[in-house]
Design a protein around this ligand. Structure first.
Ligand SMILES: [Zn+2]
Length: 134
């Protein structure tokens, strides 16, 4: 789905899926792709029929949504990134933190909803390239 597009936040604030070299449709500035690393996040199919998008947050910055069975690829520079997911009133999430370094420039993660007695929660877990439906 996202073989050639990447989740990018423009300097104007617009979050979009864009190919390298793209121009922002809102402010017409060239999109600045962070260099060095990449985080691939995919969402496992939900048996609960939760059709809506889950909101993605990296270091508390909203980065759009991820749909059912969608994969989102997020370019990042080297650093530490905490992935958090939320949907609607549901903010409970087991977050995942990546250290993106020259030795380990690519992070793989999967997210799913875990049914609970009172409320559902989200889990972001480490994944692998093999597991990822890229
Ligand atoms: Zn823009």
């Amino acid at each position: 789905m996202s073989n050639n597009t990447f989740r990018i936040k423009c300097i104007c604030g617009l979050v979009q899926d864009a190919a390298a070299g793209s121009v922002c449709p809102q402010c017409k500035n060239p999109l600045n792709f962070p260099q060095g690393g990449m985080i691939h996040l995919y969402r496992k199919g939900s048996p609960l029929g939760v059709a809506g998008g889950f909101g993605i947050y990296i270091n508390n910055v909203p980065l759009g949504h991820i749909g059912n069975k969608q994969t989102v690829s997020i370019p990042v520079s080297f650093g530490t990134y905490t992935l958090h997911v939320a949907a609607g009133m549901n903010r409970k999430c087991k977050d995942l933190t990546f250290n993106i370094t020259p030795e380990n420039p690519i992070g793989y993660a999967k997210v799913y909803m875990k049914p609970g007695f009172w409320t559902n929660s989200f889990v972001v877990e480490p994944s692998t390239k093999e597991e990822m439906p890229l």
